[in-house]
Design a protein around this ligand. Structure first.
Ligand code: ATP
Ligand code: HSE
Length: 358
Protein backbone atom coordinates (compact mmCIF):
# COMPACT_ATOMS: atom_id res chain seq x y z
CA UNK A 1 0.00 0.00 0.00
CA UNK A 2 1.22 3.53 -0.78
CA UNK A 3 1.79 5.76 2.17
CA UNK A 4 -0.58 8.66 2.47
CA UNK A 5 -0.11 12.03 4.17
CA UNK A 6 -2.55 14.79 4.91
CA UNK A 7 -2.95 17.79 7.20
CA UNK A 8 -6.06 18.84 9.12
CA UNK A 9 -6.28 22.40 10.47
CA UNK A 10 -9.08 23.47 12.80
CA UNK A 11 -9.47 26.96 14.24
CA UNK A 12 -10.02 27.94 17.86
CA UNK A 13 -13.34 29.63 18.52
CA UNK A 14 -15.05 31.97 20.90
CA UNK A 15 -18.69 31.22 21.70
CA UNK A 16 -21.62 33.32 22.98
CA UNK A 17 -20.15 36.80 22.14
CA UNK A 18 -22.23 38.29 24.96
CA UNK A 19 -25.96 37.65 24.47
CA UNK A 20 -25.67 34.65 22.10
CA UNK A 21 -25.41 31.88 24.67
CA UNK A 22 -25.14 28.51 22.84
CA UNK A 23 -25.93 30.37 19.56
CA UNK A 24 -23.14 32.66 18.36
CA UNK A 25 -19.55 31.66 17.70
CA UNK A 26 -16.55 32.94 15.81
CA UNK A 27 -13.65 30.92 14.38
CA UNK A 28 -10.28 32.48 15.30
CA UNK A 29 -6.90 32.15 13.62
CA UNK A 30 -5.23 29.90 16.18
CA UNK A 31 -5.12 26.45 14.64
CA UNK A 32 -5.06 22.91 15.99
CA UNK A 33 -3.02 21.05 13.34
CA UNK A 34 -2.93 17.30 12.74
CA UNK A 35 -0.25 15.86 10.46
CA UNK A 36 -1.38 12.38 9.54
CA UNK A 37 0.64 9.66 7.79
CA UNK A 38 -0.76 6.24 6.99
CA UNK A 39 2.05 3.84 6.08
CA UNK A 40 1.35 0.14 6.52
CA UNK A 41 5.03 -0.77 6.02
CA UNK A 42 5.84 1.10 9.28
CA UNK A 43 4.38 -1.72 11.40
CA UNK A 44 7.47 -3.81 10.58
CA UNK A 45 9.55 -1.33 12.59
CA UNK A 46 9.48 -2.83 16.08
CA UNK A 47 10.73 0.43 17.66
CA UNK A 48 7.40 2.10 16.85
CA UNK A 49 4.69 1.54 19.45
CA UNK A 50 1.38 1.54 17.63
CA UNK A 51 -1.52 1.10 20.06
CA UNK A 52 -4.26 -1.54 19.87
CA UNK A 53 -6.14 0.60 17.34
CA UNK A 54 -3.05 0.82 15.02
CA UNK A 55 -2.35 4.40 16.00
CA UNK A 56 0.75 6.27 17.15
CA UNK A 57 0.08 9.80 18.44
CA UNK A 58 2.73 12.42 19.16
CA UNK A 59 1.75 15.82 20.58
CA UNK A 60 3.23 19.26 21.07
CA UNK A 61 1.84 22.50 22.44
CA UNK A 62 -0.98 23.28 24.85
CA UNK A 63 -1.98 20.27 26.94
CA UNK A 64 1.18 18.32 26.05
CA UNK A 65 1.65 17.26 29.68
CA UNK A 66 -1.93 16.11 30.26
CA UNK A 67 -3.52 15.02 27.02
CA UNK A 68 -3.62 11.21 26.73
CA UNK A 69 -1.92 9.68 23.71
CA UNK A 70 -3.84 6.39 23.54
CA UNK A 71 -6.28 6.59 20.67
CA UNK A 72 -9.22 5.38 22.80
CA UNK A 73 -8.52 8.09 25.40
CA UNK A 74 -7.60 11.13 23.31
CA UNK A 75 -10.65 13.23 22.39
CA UNK A 76 -9.49 13.68 18.76
CA UNK A 77 -9.00 9.98 18.06
CA UNK A 78 -11.97 8.85 20.21
CA UNK A 79 -14.14 11.04 18.00
CA UNK A 80 -12.51 9.56 14.89
CA UNK A 81 -13.07 6.01 16.21
CA UNK A 82 -16.72 6.86 16.85
CA UNK A 83 -17.21 8.05 13.26
CA UNK A 84 -15.26 5.06 11.86
CA UNK A 85 -17.35 2.62 13.92
CA UNK A 86 -20.57 4.19 12.67
CA UNK A 87 -19.24 3.04 9.27
CA UNK A 88 -18.37 -0.45 10.52
CA UNK A 89 -14.64 0.19 10.72
CA UNK A 90 -13.29 -0.77 14.16
CA UNK A 91 -9.80 0.74 14.06
CA UNK A 92 -7.35 2.95 12.19
CA UNK A 93 -5.53 1.48 9.18
CA UNK A 94 -2.22 -0.22 10.02
CA UNK A 95 0.59 2.29 10.50
CA UNK A 96 -1.41 5.45 11.32
CA UNK A 97 0.83 8.22 12.70
CA UNK A 98 -0.81 11.39 13.99
CA UNK A 99 1.28 14.36 15.04
CA UNK A 100 -0.82 16.94 16.91
CA UNK A 101 0.35 20.51 17.22
CA UNK A 102 -1.96 22.49 19.48
CA UNK A 103 -1.67 26.20 20.30
CA UNK A 104 -5.24 26.41 21.72
CA UNK A 105 -5.16 26.57 25.53
CA UNK A 106 -7.35 23.89 27.12
CA UNK A 107 -10.37 24.70 29.27
CA UNK A 108 -10.09 28.48 28.77
CA UNK A 109 -13.14 29.26 26.63
CA UNK A 110 -11.35 29.16 23.28
CA UNK A 111 -13.02 26.05 21.94
CA UNK A 112 -10.20 23.54 22.43
CA UNK A 113 -12.62 20.64 22.79
CA UNK A 114 -14.71 21.81 19.83
CA UNK A 115 -11.56 21.94 17.68
CA UNK A 116 -10.52 18.46 18.89
CA UNK A 117 -13.93 16.98 18.07
CA UNK A 118 -14.06 18.64 14.62
CA UNK A 119 -10.50 17.42 13.90
CA UNK A 120 -11.52 13.88 14.92
CA UNK A 121 -14.57 13.82 12.64
CA UNK A 122 -12.54 15.11 9.68
CA UNK A 123 -9.78 12.60 10.45
CA UNK A 124 -12.24 9.70 10.21
CA UNK A 125 -13.79 11.14 7.06
CA UNK A 126 -10.33 11.21 5.41
CA UNK A 127 -9.13 7.86 6.75
CA UNK A 128 -12.35 6.10 5.71
CA UNK A 129 -12.71 8.10 2.46
CA UNK A 130 -16.38 8.54 3.37
CA UNK A 131 -16.80 11.80 1.45
CA UNK A 132 -19.13 13.13 4.12
CA UNK A 133 -20.26 16.71 3.64
CA UNK A 134 -19.27 19.34 6.21
CA UNK A 135 -22.83 19.38 7.42
CA UNK A 136 -22.84 15.58 7.94
CA UNK A 137 -19.51 15.81 9.80
CA UNK A 138 -21.17 18.41 12.00
CA UNK A 139 -23.91 15.89 12.90
CA UNK A 140 -21.27 13.49 14.25
CA UNK A 141 -19.60 16.32 16.21
CA UNK A 142 -22.93 17.33 17.72
CA UNK A 143 -23.41 13.83 19.13
CA UNK A 144 -20.33 14.54 21.25
CA UNK A 145 -20.34 18.29 22.03
CA UNK A 146 -24.05 18.92 22.35
CA UNK A 147 -24.30 22.65 21.86
CA UNK A 148 -23.54 23.97 18.37
CA UNK A 149 -21.72 27.29 18.86
CA UNK A 150 -18.02 26.29 19.09
CA UNK A 151 -18.40 23.24 16.85
CA UNK A 152 -20.06 25.19 14.03
CA UNK A 153 -17.56 28.06 14.23
CA UNK A 154 -14.63 25.60 14.18
CA UNK A 155 -16.01 23.59 11.26
CA UNK A 156 -17.42 26.41 9.11
CA UNK A 157 -15.30 29.39 10.19
CA UNK A 158 -16.23 33.06 10.35
CA UNK A 159 -18.93 34.52 12.57
CA UNK A 160 -21.83 32.07 12.79
CA UNK A 161 -25.19 31.68 14.43
CA UNK A 162 -26.54 28.16 14.87
CA UNK A 163 -29.34 26.13 16.38
CA UNK A 164 -30.25 22.49 16.80
CA UNK A 165 -33.37 21.52 14.90
CA UNK A 166 -36.31 19.95 16.72
CA UNK A 167 -35.74 16.21 16.53
CA UNK A 168 -38.43 13.55 16.25
CA UNK A 169 -38.88 11.21 19.24
CA UNK A 170 -36.80 8.43 17.63
CA UNK A 171 -34.08 10.84 16.52
CA UNK A 172 -33.99 12.33 20.00
CA UNK A 173 -33.43 8.89 21.51
CA UNK A 174 -30.28 8.55 19.40
CA UNK A 175 -29.10 12.07 20.15
CA UNK A 176 -29.57 11.78 23.91
CA UNK A 177 -27.72 8.52 24.35
CA UNK A 178 -25.08 9.02 27.08
CA UNK A 179 -21.69 10.12 25.79
CA UNK A 180 -20.13 6.96 27.25
CA UNK A 181 -22.08 4.92 24.71
CA UNK A 182 -21.13 7.20 21.82
CA UNK A 183 -17.38 7.41 22.31
CA UNK A 184 -15.29 4.23 22.46
CA UNK A 185 -14.45 3.33 26.04
CA UNK A 186 -10.86 4.04 27.11
CA UNK A 187 -8.16 1.92 28.73
CA UNK A 188 -8.70 -1.26 26.81
CA UNK A 189 -12.46 -1.17 27.51
CA UNK A 190 -14.01 -4.13 25.79
CA UNK A 191 -14.95 -3.55 22.19
CA UNK A 192 -18.42 -5.02 22.02
CA UNK A 193 -18.33 -4.88 18.23
CA UNK A 194 -21.62 -2.98 18.31
CA UNK A 195 -22.24 -0.03 16.00
CA UNK A 196 -22.59 3.12 18.14
CA UNK A 197 -25.61 5.44 17.71
CA UNK A 198 -25.58 6.96 14.24
CA UNK A 199 -26.50 10.66 14.32
CA UNK A 200 -29.77 11.88 12.88
CA UNK A 201 -29.27 13.96 9.70
CA UNK A 202 -28.92 17.76 9.78
CA UNK A 203 -29.04 18.16 13.55
CA UNK A 204 -27.54 21.62 13.33
CA UNK A 205 -28.48 24.59 11.17
CA UNK A 206 -26.32 27.66 10.85
CA UNK A 207 -25.81 30.95 9.07
CA UNK A 208 -22.59 32.88 8.51
CA UNK A 209 -22.85 36.60 9.18
CA UNK A 210 -20.78 39.26 7.52
CA UNK A 211 -18.25 40.89 9.75
CA UNK A 212 -16.56 44.25 9.47
CA UNK A 213 -12.93 43.32 8.72
CA UNK A 214 -11.65 46.21 10.86
CA UNK A 215 -12.77 44.35 13.97
CA UNK A 216 -10.04 42.35 15.72
CA UNK A 217 -10.49 39.88 18.55
CA UNK A 218 -8.39 40.42 21.64
CA UNK A 219 -8.24 37.44 23.98
CA UNK A 220 -6.97 37.77 27.54
CA UNK A 221 -6.30 34.28 28.83
CA UNK A 222 -6.09 33.65 32.60
CA UNK A 223 -3.64 31.04 33.84
CA UNK A 224 -6.30 28.68 35.18
CA UNK A 225 -8.62 26.17 33.54
CA UNK A 226 -12.38 26.19 33.87
CA UNK A 227 -14.12 23.19 32.39
CA UNK A 228 -17.21 23.85 30.33
CA UNK A 229 -19.10 21.31 32.46
CA UNK A 230 -18.31 23.23 35.69
CA UNK A 231 -19.17 26.53 34.07
CA UNK A 232 -22.54 25.20 32.85
CA UNK A 233 -23.37 23.74 36.26
CA UNK A 234 -23.70 27.23 37.80
CA UNK A 235 -26.40 28.29 35.29
CA UNK A 236 -30.06 28.27 36.27
CA UNK A 237 -32.43 25.92 34.45
CA UNK A 238 -35.05 28.65 33.87
CA UNK A 239 -35.01 32.40 33.21
CA UNK A 240 -37.48 35.25 33.58
CA UNK A 241 -39.18 36.64 30.48
CA UNK A 242 -37.46 39.96 31.20
CA UNK A 243 -33.98 38.42 30.99
CA UNK A 244 -34.80 36.41 27.87
CA UNK A 245 -36.17 39.47 26.09
CA UNK A 246 -33.11 41.46 27.20
CA UNK A 247 -30.82 38.96 25.40
CA UNK A 248 -33.07 38.46 22.35
CA UNK A 249 -33.19 42.20 21.72
CA UNK A 250 -29.43 42.48 21.91
CA UNK A 251 -28.56 39.47 19.77
CA UNK A 252 -30.87 40.77 17.02
CA UNK A 253 -29.00 44.08 16.98
CA UNK A 254 -25.47 42.69 17.49
CA UNK A 255 -25.50 40.38 14.45
CA UNK A 256 -25.98 43.40 12.17
CA UNK A 257 -24.06 45.93 14.29
CA UNK A 258 -20.79 44.10 13.69
CA UNK A 259 -21.25 44.28 9.91
CA UNK A 260 -21.55 48.09 9.80
CA UNK A 261 -18.78 50.33 8.55
CA UNK A 262 -17.53 52.32 10.34
CA UNK A 263 -18.21 50.23 13.46
CA UNK A 264 -20.52 51.92 15.96
CA UNK A 265 -18.83 51.31 19.36
CA UNK A 266 -21.84 52.31 21.49
CA UNK A 267 -24.18 49.99 19.57
CA UNK A 268 -21.78 47.03 19.65
CA UNK A 269 -20.94 47.57 23.31
CA UNK A 270 -24.55 47.77 24.46
CA UNK A 271 -25.72 44.89 22.27
CA UNK A 272 -23.01 42.64 23.76
CA UNK A 273 -24.61 42.81 27.22
CA UNK A 274 -25.92 39.51 28.59
CA UNK A 275 -28.18 38.24 31.37
CA UNK A 276 -28.19 34.52 30.58
CA UNK A 277 -24.72 33.27 31.50
CA UNK A 278 -22.17 35.93 32.51
CA UNK A 279 -23.91 37.06 35.74
CA UNK A 280 -23.84 33.47 37.04
CA UNK A 281 -20.28 32.73 35.99
CA UNK A 282 -18.77 35.66 37.91
CA UNK A 283 -18.35 33.36 40.92
CA UNK A 284 -15.99 31.19 38.87
CA UNK A 285 -13.93 33.98 37.29
CA UNK A 286 -12.59 36.38 39.95
CA UNK A 287 -12.63 39.96 38.61
CA UNK A 288 -15.12 39.20 35.80
CA UNK A 289 -17.86 41.61 36.94
CA UNK A 290 -15.40 44.42 37.56
CA UNK A 291 -13.82 43.97 34.12
CA UNK A 292 -17.15 43.83 32.28
CA UNK A 293 -18.66 46.74 34.21
CA UNK A 294 -15.73 49.14 34.24
CA UNK A 295 -14.50 49.06 30.63
CA UNK A 296 -16.40 50.59 27.72
CA UNK A 297 -15.72 52.52 24.48
CA UNK A 298 -15.88 55.71 26.60
CA UNK A 299 -13.20 54.65 29.05
CA UNK A 300 -11.11 52.74 26.51
CA UNK A 301 -10.98 54.16 22.96
CA UNK A 302 -10.63 51.34 20.44
CA UNK A 303 -12.77 48.98 22.52
CA UNK A 304 -16.05 48.02 20.82
CA UNK A 305 -17.38 45.36 23.15
CA UNK A 306 -16.30 42.98 25.88
CA UNK A 307 -17.53 39.61 27.14
CA UNK A 308 -16.61 36.26 28.59
CA UNK A 309 -15.26 34.00 25.83
CA UNK A 310 -17.31 30.78 25.74
CA UNK A 311 -17.58 29.23 29.18
CA UNK A 312 -14.55 31.31 30.35
CA UNK A 313 -12.28 32.22 31.95
CA UNK A 314 -10.86 34.04 28.86
CA UNK A 315 -12.09 37.58 28.19
CA UNK A 316 -12.88 38.48 24.59
CA UNK A 317 -12.70 42.13 23.55
CA UNK A 318 -13.74 43.34 20.11
CA UNK A 319 -11.27 46.10 19.24
CA UNK A 320 -10.11 48.36 16.43
CA UNK A 321 -6.99 49.93 18.02
CA UNK A 322 -5.05 50.41 21.29
CA UNK A 323 -4.76 46.64 21.63
CA UNK A 324 -1.95 46.47 24.17
CA UNK A 325 -3.41 49.25 26.37
CA UNK A 326 -6.76 47.44 26.53
CA UNK A 327 -5.06 44.09 27.18
CA UNK A 328 -2.89 45.61 29.94
CA UNK A 329 -5.90 47.06 31.71
CA UNK A 330 -7.70 43.70 31.74
CA UNK A 331 -4.51 41.92 32.83
CA UNK A 332 -4.05 44.40 35.70
CA UNK A 333 -7.62 43.91 36.86
CA UNK A 334 -7.10 40.13 36.91
CA UNK A 335 -3.77 40.66 38.71
CA UNK A 336 -5.59 42.42 41.57
CA UNK A 337 -7.49 39.15 41.98
CA UNK A 338 -4.26 37.14 42.04
CA UNK A 339 -4.59 35.88 38.46
CA UNK A 340 -1.88 36.14 35.82
CA UNK A 341 -2.76 36.16 32.13
CA UNK A 342 -1.37 36.05 28.63
CA UNK A 343 -3.02 37.74 25.66
CA UNK A 344 -3.35 37.21 21.93
CA UNK A 345 -4.72 39.45 19.23
CA UNK A 346 -6.62 37.21 16.82
CA UNK A 347 -8.41 37.57 13.49
CA UNK A 348 -11.40 35.61 12.27
CA UNK A 349 -10.63 32.27 10.60
CA UNK A 350 -13.03 32.71 7.71
CA UNK A 351 -12.54 29.30 6.09
CA UNK A 352 -13.05 27.10 9.13
CA UNK A 353 -11.51 23.64 9.18
CA UNK A 354 -9.40 22.53 6.21
CA UNK A 355 -7.97 19.22 5.01
CA UNK A 356 -4.95 19.23 2.69
CA UNK A 357 -3.51 16.16 1.03
CA UNK A 358 0.31 16.39 1.25
N1 ATP B 1 -6.04 18.96 21.41
C1 ATP B 1 -6.71 18.18 22.25
N2 ATP B 1 -6.47 16.86 22.29
C2 ATP B 1 -7.13 16.07 23.12
N3 ATP B 1 -8.07 16.50 24.00
C3 ATP B 1 -8.36 17.79 24.00
C4 ATP B 1 -7.69 18.70 23.12
N4 ATP B 1 -8.19 19.93 23.35
C5 ATP B 1 -9.11 19.79 24.32
N5 ATP B 1 -9.22 18.53 24.73
C6 ATP B 1 -10.11 18.01 25.78
O1 ATP B 1 -11.12 18.96 26.02
C7 ATP B 1 -11.07 19.42 27.41
C8 ATP B 1 -11.39 20.90 27.48
O2 ATP B 1 -12.71 21.07 27.09
P1 ATP B 1 -13.67 22.20 27.69
O3 ATP B 1 -14.94 22.13 26.92
O4 ATP B 1 -13.75 22.06 29.17
O5 ATP B 1 -12.90 23.56 27.40
P2 ATP B 1 -12.72 24.40 26.07
O6 ATP B 1 -13.27 23.63 24.90
O7 ATP B 1 -11.28 24.77 25.99
O8 ATP B 1 -13.57 25.69 26.37
P3 ATP B 1 -14.94 26.30 25.71
O9 ATP B 1 -15.80 25.11 25.31
O10 ATP B 1 -15.56 27.11 26.81
O11 ATP B 1 -14.54 27.14 24.57
C9 ATP B 1 -9.64 19.12 27.83
O12 ATP B 1 -9.54 18.97 29.21
C10 ATP B 1 -9.35 17.83 27.08
O13 ATP B 1 -9.93 16.73 27.74
N1 HSE C 1 -22.08 28.09 24.87
C1 HSE C 1 -21.17 27.29 25.64
C2 HSE C 1 -19.78 27.45 25.08
C3 HSE C 1 -18.74 26.64 25.80
O1 HSE C 1 -18.56 25.40 25.21
C4 HSE C 1 -21.19 27.77 27.09
O2 HSE C 1 -21.09 28.97 27.30
O3 HSE C 1 -21.33 26.93 27.99
Amino acid sequence: MHSRKFEIKVPASSANIGPGFDVLGIGLNLFLVLNVTVDSSAIKDKSLNFDVHNCLITYEGEGAEDVPLDSDENLITRTALYVLRCHNIREFPAGTFIHVSNPIPLGRGLGSSGAAVVAGALLANEIGKFNLSRSRCLDFCLMIERHPDNITAAMMGGFVGSYLRELSATELERKEIPLAEVLPQPAGGEDTGLVPPIPPFEIGHHIKYNLNKKIKFLTIIPNFELSTATSRDVLPSAYTRKDLVFNLQRIAVLTTAITLDPPNPELIYSSMQDRIHQPYRKTLVPGLSEILNSMSPNTNPGLLGICLSGAGPTILALVTENYSEIADEIINRFKKNGITCTWKLLEPAYDGATVTEL
